[in-house]
Write a protein that binds this ligand. Structure first.
Ligand SMILES: [Zn+2]
Length: 180
């Protein structure tokens, strides 16, 4: 497996020509912009990613590198309801096409479904993974049920169930009545 620093200096063309999935992982703490989003002291998770390069023909029939990139992390975010940490799975799955220059990227961006990146001899894959995870962060992370709410909501549920549904024992008692 490549070390984290090798993931920061990839040859995209070589990756695309190999067309073999590259699996990697990186401690969350090594992606400082993303780690900043985690609850302080709880940024000890791992980021996992998989990159698959390929060469595809563009509209002009020229072979250009593409990259399929997936990544995920389980990160402790601050719950916006109770302010306690909430473990959140953040993930993305995207495709990128490489172009030769910023100008080409700007010129083609509007017509393209896929995201465009400018090819560079030493491509920083970890930076792209970090960018994508930052964009995939939930705007307002929340517990499905906040830990502090559990008692209260259980009591509410019992109360509502009791009000709506007839007591099964009451029904049983009705059935028995004629026989007695
Ligand atoms: Zn909460």
């Amino acid at each position: 497996m490549l070390t984290s620093s090798a993931h920061r200096k990839l040859s995209i063309t070589a990756l695309a020509l190999e067309a073999v999935p590259l699996q990697g992982q990186c401690p969350l703490a090594q992606l400082p912009r993303l780690a900043d989003e985690a609850v302080q002291g709880l940024a000890d998770g791992m980021v996992y990613f998989q990159a698959l390069g390929s060469m595809r023909e563009d509209a002009a029939g020229k072979s250009v590198p593409w990259l399929q990139l997936q990544g995920h992390v389980d990160i402790e975010l601050v719950c916006q309801r109770c302010l306690e940490p909430v473990s959140t799975r953040v993930q993305f799955d995207r495709e990128f096409r490489f172009v030769e220059s910023e100008e080409a990227a700007l010129a083609q961006d509007e017509d393209s479904q896929e995201d465009l990146l400018v090819i560079s001899p030493q491509f920083d894959l970890l930076e792209l993974v970090e960018d994508e995870l930052l964009m995939a962060l939930p705007v307002s992370p929340k517990h499905e049920k906040c830990p502090g709410d559990l008692k209260l909501s259980t009591a509410d549920a019992d109360f509502e169930a009791g009000a709506e549904r007839p007591n099964p024992f009451a029904k049983l008692a009705q059935l028995k009545t004629p026989q007695s």
